[in-house]
Design a protein around this ligand. Sequence first.
Ligand SMILES: *Cc1c(COP(=O)(O)O)cnc(C)c1O
Length: 488
Amino acid sequence: MDSFHDTTGVDETLDPGDWADIQALSHRIVDDAVGYLRDVRYRPVWRDMPADVRAFFKSTLPHRPTPPAEVYGEVARNVMPYPMGNIHPRFWSWYMGSSNFTGALGDFLAAVQGSNLGGGNHAAGLMDSQVVNWMKEMLGFPASASGTLVSGGSMANIIGLTVARNAKAGVDVRERGVGAMPKPLRFYGSEQIHSCHRKAMEALGLGNRALRRIPTDAALRIDIDALKAAIAEDREAGFKPACLIGSAGTVNTGAIDDLAALAALAAEQDMWFHVDGCIGALIAIAPENKRLVAGIEQADSIALDPHKWLHAPFEAGCALVRDAAAHRNTFAVTPEYLESAPRGLASGEWLHDYGLQTSRGFRALKIWMALKEHGVEKFGRLIDQNIAQARYLTGLIEAEPALELMAPTTINIVSFRHRLKGASEEQLKAFNTEIMLRLQEEGIAALSDTTVRGQHCLRVAIANHRTRREDLDLLIREMLRLGRQATA
Ligand SMILES: *Cc1c(COP(=O)(O)O)cnc(C)c1O
């Protein structure tokens, strides 16, 4: 019988055949999930997958059904035991948040409710706008500003830089393209700027070279005098200086540019001022440290990352733009099949007019639920706590002759290395890399590494609401042990 001539008369659906069964399984999944998160501290931060688990992911496209309990069993065996580890209290690699259970429930409910946040007149759309408004409030942005929730900081930066490009192009760049611009644009950031800005420049058709990397001072902040000189030089050479990108927390060391000085310079030079606040924008809600990001509220656009210091489950980024019209004019397109109606479902705002996506997920819910549960003040205190923990770790390193601090600690990122008597830079790199890998492989802690001013260093970035000071004590003890072991 071919499907075209199906005679059973029963229409198929993806809904469960037996709702009671799926309810029981769902309860089990939630019970397992609660235990998983409750006991995360007692599992290794990370462990490599055995061969049979790797082989599992080579299985081919399933053609026939599998009972849902069995499907879950496969996930429980092959996926859940081998996470990246960023939910663990001793995960400090690269830079990411550590998620939270309420946020996970939010993701689940968002999927159950199922709305498409491209827009429309429904509750999820209103909540999306409300969360954007809360972000504005947290950062001291005016209520008249606009914004959008996106996949993460990279996309949020692309949104901000696209509005900047269009606002400064000197031509209708949407209609005529970058080739019609009267003068080539130049954007500026410090040499410590995140790599996503390079991707943005390339995607915007401006090219990597249009982003000038300006030298930094001893604290790895953009050198304002060097910046002024570069702008003058470019004007002289026929370029149009269009946009300053301030870093509120660099990814290497957490350095925060002088945002107030950049805001003043951008105003004086008639340039757009964008802040990459993926790491540090939210310091604005932290009572003890908020002065570090003073001036951020003067930006024309800000990229921030709720999946970092708000610990939203991935993915959640946010772009804010002071001039709502400039934002909308950069992205809004109204095709005939997405026209608004005076009433009903299509009478709500079209949220896709503020970015590149058409369909959008309900990522607002996980942020909303966690903010509602804990209140913004607690998130502010947790940011202060991470910064205090980084200062504590810095103190331990400075007190330990075998260790060496490699960059000043401004916020929650500590760059350091294990010393090795008489070793070359190359040997130091190999030695420290070995310590880092053993820490990971023994499941003790996850650090990452980087190079600052030509010198390799290990890097601890504490954006983690589960970290305790005793975890940092343990890190130092274990590093010294592994250092002795590696030299033995
Ligand atoms: C993390 C980060 C980004 C990129 O954000 P994603 O959320 O990873 O896309 C950009 N800039 C800085 C400074 C970051 O720390």
